[in-house]
Design a protein around this ligand. Structure first.
Ligand code: SF4
Ligand code: SF4
Length: 188
């Protein structure tokens, strides 16, 4: 059996990712990038591979939307918000992150990519979670992890997404936040 994905299919996405559609083939005639990502994801039947694909494809979609540009306007390590408010901090929101570099983020973090302060929002249209329909292919628990997992490497976020329980994923996220905060303080 094959099922076509288009603009009207989005309300059925939670159903399509269920075990009942495991042997279905999904297809789309749409040129919309999100439709294509959703169709590709639904055709990946292995759980971990599907989660990894959704995560990476969503990160790439966001980067493409912004033309891979620096929407925080960094100059000499100071972002728009730092410069507008005369704050003498470097690295903007990344300043508490252990992984920050002078050349930007060394990884792919979906939560960080979707965080935009008022300074950025007043300068341009930004993407929000609601704009990313492909995230409906994740469970509520996984969407919660995606929204909260700041200051983490891609590989760690993926491990959090693979977890089967919210409690275990939350323990991992909180433990890593605390560990990275102290490691970051030690390094500065
Ligand atoms: S989101 Fe705002 S505060 Fe954070 S780095 Fe960008 S401009 Fe700076
Ligand atoms: S993980 Fe987030 S906070 Fe850390 S460097 Fe990357 S974008 Fe910045």
């Amino acid at each position: 059996m094959s099922i076509s994905i288009d603009n009207n299919s989005y309300i059925f996405l939670p159903l399509y990712r269920s075990v009942f559609f495991r042997f279905c083939k999904f297809e789309t005639k749409s040129k919309n990038k999100q439709d294509i990502i959703i169709t590709n994801a639904l055709n990946i039947k292995n759980r971990k591979e599907r989660i990894t694909y959704i995560y990476d494809a969503t990160c790439d979609y966001i980067d493409d939307y912004y033309n891979h540009s620096d929407i925080c306007g960094f100059k000499n390590l100071k972002c728009y918000a730092n410069r507008s408010n005369g704050i003498d901090n470097n690295y903007g929101c990344c300043r508490f992150c252990y992984y920050k570099t002078n050349h930007g983020c060394p990884s792919k973090n979906l939560a960080c990519k979707l965080f935009n302060c008022s300074e950025v929002c007043k300068r341009r249209r930004v993407l929000t979670y609601k704009d990313l329909r492909m995230l409906r292919l994740l469970s509520l628990r996984q969407r919660h992890v995606v929204k909260s997992d700041y200051f983490s490497l891609r590989e760690d976020v993926l491990k959090d997404l693979y977890c089967y329980t919210m409690t275990f994923a939350t323990i991992r996220v909180v433990f890593r936040l605390i560990r990275n905060y102290f490691k970051s303080k030690k390094r500065t």
